[in-house]
Write a protein of this length. Structure first.
Length: 109
């Protein structure tokens, strides 16, 4: 948690997925990014998906919502989706927050 004055920000790990490194790094040669980012035999890299919970003046704002719970088993397997700390709802519950306590949701993309 980060506090800036009365603003409180929580960075919540929603999930990890494996993606093709070409999609993540484009035309940047693996010789450059490969030293910083481990890759497997299929040239995939682990990417993390985070959600921000912002609390200020009694309001709770969630920025991005992750992948949600409606993916098929095929989609989960394709992405090699893992949720090492549980779902977004689990993370909110650990902070003492229920979904109905959220005042605003902002999806950035």
């Amino acid at each position: 948690m980060i506090r800036i004055g009365s603003l409180e920000v929580h960075l919540i790990l929603e999930s990890t997925v494996r993606v093709d490194a070409g999609g993540a790094f484009g035309l940047v040669p693996r010789a450059l990014w490969g030293k910083l980012m481990p890759y497997d035999d299929n040239n995939t890299v682990v990417m993390t998906q985070h959600v921000l919970l912002v609390q200020s003046a009694g309001r709770r704002i969630v920025i991005d919502t992750g992948l949600g719970g409606n993916l098929t088993s095929r989609q989960i397997a394709f992405r090699k989706l893992e949720r090492p700390r549980g779902t977004l709802i689990d993370a909110l519950n650990r902070l003492g927050i229920r979904p109905e306590d959220i005042d605003l949701v902002i999806d950035t993309h």
